[in-house]
Ligand binder design. Structure first.
Ligand code: ZN
Ligand code: ZN
Length: 125
């Protein structure tokens, strides 16, 4: 393929924005792929900024979910520990708080999974 602007020059790549062939002199690195000068370069840079900021958003979400995990895990523990004590001492368990504690722990595990997913996404960058 030849360059769109220089019919004699061999293209080294195509613009990610418009698909035109680009020689070494025309190809701009938009940090999101090759692009021709001008409109495409600006557009691709914008696109990269959007992608980058969504990565940052993921990074900010992760600690929030980690906090939920800690809080829910704590509530679950507070509900379950007295029941374990009742079980050990051979008394009747409080099924309402037992059930509540289990639900809280399941929710904590759920949030933990979400937060670790965000973390993986964040370190890949
Ligand atoms: Zn272009
Ligand atoms: Zn060219």
């Amino acid at each position: 393929m030849k360059c769109f602007n220089h019919p004699n020059a061999e293209a080294v790549g195509v613009c990610k924005g418009c698909g035109k062939g680009l020689c070494l002199a025309c190809a701009k690195d938009s940090e999101y792929g090759l692009s021709c000068a001008g409109k495409c370069e600006t557009e691709l840079k914008l696109m990269r900024d959007v992608l980058y900021s969504s990565d940052k958003a993921y990074g900010q979400l992760s600690p929030i979910y980690s906090r939920y995990t800690a809080v829910l895990g704590m509530i679950g523990g507070i509900c379950l520990i007295p029941n374990i004590f009742l079980l050990v001492t051979g008394k009747n368990m409080d099924y309402a708080s037992l059930l509540f504690g289990i639900v809280m722990l399941v929710a904590a595990v759920w949030y933990y999974k979400i937060s670790s997913k965000f973390k993986v996404k964040n370190t890949k960058k």
